[in-house]
Write a protein that binds this ligand. Structure first.
Ligand code: SF4
Length: 314
């Protein structure tokens, strides 16, 4: 197999991490590179393990998305969805197993297969049993909300040829930069293309709109569609609310500028733009302590780490 190369690319989450803290961005996309096969206790291995850690809300949201992907894929391929009971029971089991494994710290041995929770890794983030119970309950309620929603009926009525994407990692080019997107679900409707984004918690309206504008642009470019025929909607599985959006070329131009600025700021810190080489010290740590509170890299970040904290050999 050819050697993997750490190519420069952009995604909305990369842009957000960089804006939050350039050092965190370095740890995530350069320091952790190669950590999947690095020896235990090496710095890249430690960064790689820490990079996968999630807050309990992110973890539950990921499991709900995985469960929805399974339901939708089954629906697409067989014409009928698994029963609500089967979905709830599968999700309930997954929540229990992940929680147990994370509590035992097994993610240090197998971070790709075993999700790790920040609340288990860091004492200052520990929460009471009630907080865990709430997260479990909300995840299960999200699936129940889905089964009783209008969108479930719509998806049920689709012809197999109507389906376009279910959580597939997609990419397109913006000013020669590879941009990654992952649409939760996209399918044909009479008026054009419907794009769905599931929300499992409180959603920031502006951020969600920016995310959906990027998805609409991707859809418009990839399938050669008039933006007026792309209909992105966010469906909040906590509240049951659906918010429909619509975008134009002007919105796409705005995103292009945002991406260009973000890419320029990222590249300005690289040692070698062509080779995509970076060194840690060139990426400043956040001046504010706010993003540090739930940052997975506290254990190794010079702003917080003590020698006793570090899992990694320097
Ligand atoms: S702990 Fe704070 S300064 Fe360090 S990488 Fe994380 S967010 Fe940045």
């Amino acid at each position: 197999m050819a050697d993997l190369r750490n190519e420069f690319s952009w995604s909305k989450s990369r842009g957000e991490v960089f804006a939050e803290c350039p050092r965190k961005y370095f740890y995530s996309y350069y320091g952790a590179w190669g950590g999947w096969s690095a020896k235990p206790n090496s710095k890249e291995r430690t960064l790689y393990v820490l990079k996968q850690l999630m807050t309990r809300q992110m973890w539950a949201g990921t499991l709900v998305h995985n469960c929805l992907r399974w339901i939708l894929t089954t629906l697409r391929t067989t014409g009928s969805a698994p029963s609500e009971e089967a979905a709830l029971s599968a999700l309930g089991r997954r929540l229990q197993v992940d929680f147990q494994n994370s509590g035992e710290g097994l993610y240090w041995e197998n971070p790709k297969k075993i999700p790790g929770l920040l609340e288990h890794e860091y004492d200052h983030l520990e929460v009471e049993d009630e907080a865990w119970a709430r997260v479990f309950q909300r995840a299960l309620e999200a699936i129940t909300t889905f089964y009783h929603s209008e969108i479930f009926q719509t998806l049920h009525s689709l012809h197999p040829d109507d389906w376009m994407e279910i959580e597939r990692l997609g990419q397109f080019e913006v000013d020669t930069v590879k941009v990654w997107v992952q649409l939760d679900c996209a399918f044909h409707i009479r008026e054009g293309l419907q794009v769905i984004d599931w929300k499992t918690g409180r959603a920031d309206l502006e951020q969600t709109r920016a995310q959906l504008a990027l998805y609409a642009w991707y859809a418009s470019q990839t399938w050669n569609l008039d933006p007026a025929t792309v209909f992105p909607s966010e469906i909040n599985l906590r509240t049951g609310e659906t918010i429909a959006h619509q975008f134009t070329e002007t919105d796409f131009e705005r995103i292009r500028q945002t991406i260009a600025q973000s890419v320029a700021a990222m590249r300005a810190l690289l040692d070698d733009v062509d080779q995509n080489l970076a060194t840690e010290d060139r990426f400043p740590m956040s001046e504010s302590d706010e993003p540090c509170h739930t940052c997975a890299f506290r254990r190794v970040c010079p702003k917080w780490a003590t020698p006793a904290d570090a899992h990694a050999d320097e």
